[in-house]
Write a protein that binds this ligand. Structure first.
Ligand code: PGA
Length: 291
């Protein structure tokens, strides 16, 4: 295992991916595309934080985290704090996300918020298809597909969540479930847009439970997701897509997770609510080194 990893990290792909070789020196077109790929570390605050708490967190984190060359931070506060967090963001490597959106631009949809409104407030990203939306609020792959198209239409980028329930994993259906979620939510998405996507693999049994997928379990599913994207579009596009892991990500497991070949980011719930723990996650070291 260690040898295989060593081999990977010394490969061209890895060097390009982490910016060790820059695009100008590489003649590998795919490598140049990958060199632009920064990892994404996203804080999903769910239904937590008042305005004051959201702004004070955003200010502290920006002050405390040093320059980030190979990664971006995404903050997803509740709708009520979006405008305030937008105003508090001054760093170019910090982006704003909403946690959901409706697919229509406007209309008689009491309680909903449209993609046009989210763009208006300054969102860069929208999280879609989170398992809490699917399992508590009954969202389907079909509505997620409409939302995903709307997010692009209104000039933002989707972070599409997929993941299996515990009984689906135990009955050997993980790949079937995730394959279906991907095929349906990504139906009709053209190649130009596909490369800008982020997909978050969040095993439902790992969300908020303290049970993280092992790095091997996560890598296996991430590789499957990348292959599926290659079959939907092509390998080059699949390599550009950021595939994030979510589910009990913590300061003490982020390094080993980020060291996996196909893991390009983290979607963090509980551990994103405190500056100290989220700062450590943002400052992950993919080799598991400490200093
Ligand atoms: P967790 O949540 O980090 O608290 O497990 C992750 C998520 O729901 O995105």
């Amino acid at each position: 295992m260690f040898d295989a990893k060593l081999e990977y990290y010394s490969s061209l792909e890895h060097k390009v991916r982490w910016g060790i070789i820059n695009g100008a020196q590489s003649t590998d077109v795919e490598g140049i595309m990958m060199n632009e790929k920064k990892s994404l570390i996203a804080a999903n605050w769910k239904m937590f934080k008042t305005l004051t708490e959201a702004v004070s967190f955003t200010e502290s984190l920006q002050r405390e985290v040093g320059p980030l060359e190979d990664r971006e931070v995404v903050i997803a506060p509740p709708f009520t704090a979006l405008a305030a967090v937008r105003n508090a963001i001054w760093r170019a490597d910090f982006k704003l996300a909403a946690q959901n959106c409706h697919w229509e631009e406007k209309g008689a949809f009491t309680g909903e918020v449209s993609g046009a409104m989210l763009r208006d407030v300054g969102c860069d990203w929208v999280i879609l298809g989170h398992s809490e939306r699917r399992h508590i609020f009954g969202e389907t792959n079909e509505t997620i597909q409409k939302k995903l198209a709307a997010v692009f239409r209104f000039g933002m980028l989707p972070m599409l969540c997929v993941g299996e329930l515990l009984d689906e994993r135990e009955s050997g259906n993980t790949f079937a479930v995730i394959g279906t979620q991907l095929d349906r939510a990504l139906a009709g998405l053209d190649a130009d847009r596909a490369g800008q996507l982020a997909i978050a693999y969040e095993p439902v049994w790992a969300i908020g439970t303290g049970k993280t997928a092992t790095p091997e379990q996560a890598q296996e599913v991430h590789a499957f997701i990348r292959e599926r994207c290659a079959s939907l579009w092509d390998k080059m596009i699949a390599n550009r897509i950021r595939i994030m892991y979510g589910g009990s990500v913590k300061p003490d497991n982020v390094d080993v997770l980020m060291a996996q070949t196909d893991i390009d980011g983290m979607l963090v719930g509980g551990a994103s609510l405190e500056v100290e723990s989220f700062k450590r996650i943002v400052q992950y070291q993919p080799f598991g080194e400490t200093n």
